[in-house]
Design a protein around this ligand. Sequence first.
Ligand code: SF4
Ligand code: SF4
Length: 199
Amino acid sequence: MSFLNKIGDYAKDAVQSAKYIGQGLSVTFDHMRRRPITVQYPYEKLIPSERFRGRIHFEFDKCIACEVCVRVCPINLPVVDWEFNKEIKKKELKHYSIDFGVCIFCANCVEYCPTNCLSVTEEYELATYDRHELNYDSVAMGRLPYKVTDDPMVTPIREFAYLPAGQISGHDLDPQIKRAGQRPEDILETLKNNTSESN
Ligand code: SF4
Ligand code: SF4
C-alpha cells in the first residue's frame, strides 16, 4: 500500500513540476511576441519626451531675486542670495544655486518664475562621485543643456515605442512603414479629424 502511495505522490509531483515548467516557458514564449526593449546605452540613447523634466537651466541676467521659486518649491530648495541696492532701489542678485542631489525635479520653480529665467532641459545624466558636486551654482546652471541629438558619439533613438511588429532596430526605418502604435502627432491628428467630423 505504501508503495502505491509513493507512486501516487511521485505522479503528483511530476504533474506539478510539469505545470511550473509550462508556466515558465509560457513567459519565455510570450516575450518572443513582444517588441524589443533594449537600448545599447551609452552608445544609443532614447530622446526624452517633450515634457521631460531634467536639469534646470538658469539665466542670471533675467532673475529679479523675487524668491517666488523658493516659495513654490516643496522643499524651499533654491538659494537666492541678493542685496538691496539703495541707489537704484532694486534687489541685486549675487548668487543663485539649486542642489540637484535634493531636487525632486517637479519644475514648480520653472512654472511660477515670473521672468522665465528658469527652464527644464532634457539633461538627465547628473551622476557624480561626490554628492556635493550636485549643488549647481548659477554658472553651472547657466551651462547650455546637453542634447542627445547633438552628441556625435551617440545614436539617438526616437522610434523605440512605435516600432512595427517584428522590427528590432529603430534605425534606418522607412518613414512610411506602418507603426505598431500611434505617435503623439498622429493621435492629435486623429482627434482633430474626429472633432471636425462631429461638427
Ligand atoms: S522666481 Fe525666477 S526671478 Fe524669482 S528669484 Fe526665482 S529664478 Fe529669480
Ligand atoms: S524642480 Fe521642484 S524641487 Fe527642484 S528646485 Fe524646482 S521646485 Fe524645488
